[in-house]
Design a protein around this ligand. Structure first.
Ligand code: SF4
Length: 775
């Protein structure tokens, strides 16, 4: 049975005209949702809100289930039924009338679903569109009455029109499932651990559970996750797979895995998403018909582009999207999102599921689905989600606007007033305190002020929308901050803490997400099954807890498939890198690096806990050994500079090259220097994040929960950076090299416990001279 949403049908068949972000931007959506709820609440007791409707039927002999959710159904005293569809706008209400035909079609669809699922015979239904303007609060209602026959005819015609698309999908799914069932693992043999992971992924999907797996480099984790997920899809489990990553480069690895299986006969449609600003082909990046010719009339052309794109291609990559966007002159961002509806695999970012604004509404707005999430590099997920759900407003962000905002019109006066009240609130805080304070309660009075600023900023922007006002960008920026603040404020609970900070002229209030595990769990609940994996998802119990796992979910730790004897692992415990000992550590570290790289010519990377530390040791190292070529990571490196840095790591380098880099930075994760391109990772410190108020708050929170706050806030995140940096050395079974850990703490049981199983030959030394004995 194919499941179809009313939205999917209507968006495809009844969209026309332009893309116009002035109508559908996220601000209007946020305020619109609140207005929506208010209208529903005030619509009387006969009014049932958010009514789910569904109906089973056939299109061209194919069984389908059509689902939708009416905003409201009013059961009138005289027995009449009114299906209500609410639309809100921040623009003049007349903008809604340009889309009235689409709104009406949507409401008529719900009326049909109601009709078809009703136990009682219904001869007539009224369909109502409720239009609401967010600033003026102007509300207009329009009502049409239809007989059951009229609605039947409308619905039958709609499904007839849709059948072309459905047949395309169905025919392809048949081909896909046959090919998926026939698909053999694309290599003759599995690598060590690979089969175990693939089997666990398959079982997890079939059992509709979650799996957390530490799958070291070399196992082929991308293929081990995708292959069983596709096999499960062939057996009817999972209508769509989402492969989510933290970095663009990992998305290419997923595309390669699909290419590999396609070469074995798999027919499977995949699409790779990119951030809007990266895929936009209009220089201005302003999404309305006045600024972007791709936006103008986009909906009139997009169906042809989409049909041809999905009919002619299986692997839909960003360059292909750009080609089609140019050919049909449509927006590539909207085109790729539409294509995702028709693909079996969506390769994207964590944002596409977890971000409060950027999540894919077309899949995750209403409900969960028969989805499978494959979440790669999952060790990054908690911090990413914490950032997404932490919100801050500072005095600085509104001071400049307040100082320069002039005008006698009502919106400007209203905004000035709201800003003044908030500024005064900040000023009172500054009079009272310097430094910081934390509270486990939300500051409700402040949230109300921010609500007022948000509303006033929106009103001001509507009033000034066609002017090139010098403060427009600042106000827009502030506005988005207020929107995020209010969104987080709604979620505020015991996983949050309020931080008030007053430093010099600035004051800020932050709603800090201490523990995003609940938010992650809620995101994962949108899928039937989720696999979270990473080469460094260790300790597994810690990641399972912090990434929304429960007792019922699986955990799988796999050993490295590589010969441990090809990696020399040495802990130099004779040097302390603790903050108080740093000054004294520079020279011994320079010497240790010198010994390590002098033994064998080749390319090495040294990782330091900070730029300052790196530069100090680099200086001494260059004095000590001017013949050895070195490179230094810079704090701001462009994509080209980064590429240039890595290009120097040549497999045929006959000399020695030592790159000085920062632990946890751009060179310690996600780079793949195979073979002789890198033969050593020399890691200074245990990677502990810099002590900070926020880390301390996380520590205190987990101390209260499980007594392991320091480990959760500092030790495990630090060790993850170490494991990532160490993992740069052995990328294939032919690689060899050294991991040198420099810090006295590596000799303690706490850290030994965190070493991966394949570091079984770890040598512990106290003098730099001993490095050579083992390497
Ligand atoms: S092409 Fe760019 S500016 Fe134009 S609508 Fe698309 S994303 Fe917006």
């Amino acid at each position: 049975m194919i499941k179809l949403s009313v939205h999917k049908i209507i968006d495809l068949l009844h969209n026309s005209g332009d893309i116009d972000n002035r109508v559908n931007d996220s601000s209007a959506m946020y305020l619109g949702a609140a207005a929506h709820r208010e209208i529903q609440k005030n619509s009387g007791k006969e009014y049932k809100k958010e009514v789910s409707l569904k109906f089973e039927t056939e299109i061209a002999g194919i069984p389908i289930l059509i689902q939708g959710r009416a905003d409201g159904i009013s059961y009138e005293a005289d027995g009449g039924i009114i299906i209500d569809e609410i639309k809100t706008t921040g623009l003049p209400i007349s903008h809604l009338y340009t889309q009235q035909e689409k709104h009406l079609a949507q409401a008529k669809c719900y009326a049909c679903l109601f009709l078809k699922s009703s136990d009682e015979p219904v001869s007539h239904i009224a369909v109502q569109l409720t239009y609401f303007q967010l600033e003026s609060r102007e509300l207009k209602r329009h009502k049409w009455e239809y007989s059951a026959d009229e609605l039947e005819i409308f619905f039958a015609n709609l499904l007839e029109e849709y059948s072309k698309w459905l047949l395309l999908e169905i025919e392809f799914k048949k081909i896909r499932d046959i090919s998926a069932n026939k698909l053999e693992f694309p290599f003759k043999t599995y690598r060590k651990g690979q089969r175990e992971l693939a089997v666990a992924v398959y079982k997890t999907i079939m059992a509709e559970k979650k799996l957390y797996s530490c799958a070291p480099t070399g196992i082929g984790k991308t293929l081990s996750a995708l292959f069983p997920a596709i096999k499960a899809m062939g057996k009817g489990r999972g209508e769509k797979i989402f492969y989510l990553t933290a970095k663009t480069v990992t998305r290419v690895v997923a595309e390669d895995a699909i290419r590999l299986m396609s070469a074995q006969g798999l027919r499977f449609k995949s699409v790779t998403l990119r951030a809007k600003e990266k895929i936009c082909i209009n220089n201005d990046f302003i999404c309305n018909p006045d600024h972007c010719s791709y936006a103008k009339g986009h909906f009139n052309r997009v169906n042809d582009a989409l049909y041809n794109l999905i009919d002619n291609n299986d692997l839909i990559t960003p360059p292909l999207i750009e080609k089609y966007a140019n050919k049909y002159h449509v927006c590539p961002h909207e085109l790729v999102l539409d294509a995702s509806l028709w693909c079996d695999l969506v390769i994207g970012d964590y944002n596409h599921v977890f971000h409060p604004d950027a999540f894919l509404r077309r899949f995750f707005y209403d409900d969960s689905g028969d989805y499978v999430f494959l979440i790669d590099e999952a060790h990054n997920l908690a911090d990413r989600v914490r950032d997404m759900y932490t919100a801050e407003i500072s005095k600085q962000s509104l001071s400049r606007i307040r100082r320069h905002l002039r005008g006698k019109d009502a919106p400007t006066k209203a905004l000035r007033k709201a800003l003044k009240q908030t500024d005064t609130y900040f000023a009172d805080i500054r009079k009272e305190m310097v430094g910081h304070k934390t509270e486990s309660e939300e500051d409700v009075a402040f949230a109300e002020l921010i609500m007022a600023v948000s509303r006033a900023a929106e009103e001001w922007m509507q009033f000034n929308k066609n002017t090139a006002h010098e403060l427009f960008d600042d106000i827009l920026d502030l506005y988005f901050k207020t929107i995020k603040f209010l969104m987080v404020s709604e979620l505020y609970d015991s996983h949050y803490i309020t931080i008030t900070e007053a430093e010099a002229a600035n004051v800020s209030i932050t709603l800090f997400c201490l523990d995003p595990s609940q938010i992650i769990a809620k995101g994962l609940a949108k899928a039937r099954a989720s696999i979270l994996f990473s080469a460094t998802l260790s300790p597994l119990a810690y990641y399972k807890e912090t990434l929304g796992g429960g007792d019922e979910d699986g955990a799988l730790y796999l050993n490295s498939p590589f010969d441990p004897n090809r990696l020399a692992t040495i802990s130099h415990c004779g040097i302390s890198t603790k903050y108080i000992d740093r000054e004294a550590s520079y020279a011994p570290i320079a010497e240790a690096l010198h010994v390590a790289v002098s033994r064998m010519k080749g390319n090495y990377l040294a990782f330091f806990p900070s730029y300052d530390y790196m530069r100090r040791v680099h200086e001494l190292f260059c004095d000590m050994e001017p013949q050895i070529e070195t490179m230094l990571q810079q704090s701001q490196m462009s994509e080209a500079e980064r590429e240039g840095f890595l290009a120097r790591f040549d497999a045929d380098n006959p000399e020695t090259l030592l790159g000085f880099t920062v632990l946890g930075g751009i060179f310690s994760e996600g780079i793949d220097l195979k073979g002789n391109r890198l033969i050593g990772s020399l890691i200074i410190s245990v990677g502990i994040p810099m002590i900070s108020l926020r880390r301390d708050l996380i520590r205190d929170y987990f101390n209260e929960r499980n007594g392991r706050g320091y480990d959760y806030a500092y030790v495990y995140p630090g060790m993850n950076k170490v494991l990532q940096a160490a993992g740069r050395v052995i990328r294939t079974e032919d690689d060899f090299g050294i991991v040198l850990l420099i810090d006295s703490r590596y000799g303690t049981p706490k850290y030994k416990e965190l070493f991966p199983a394949h570091w079984l030959n770890m040598k512990y030394i106290r003098k730099s001279g001993e490095i050579g004995d083992w390497w």
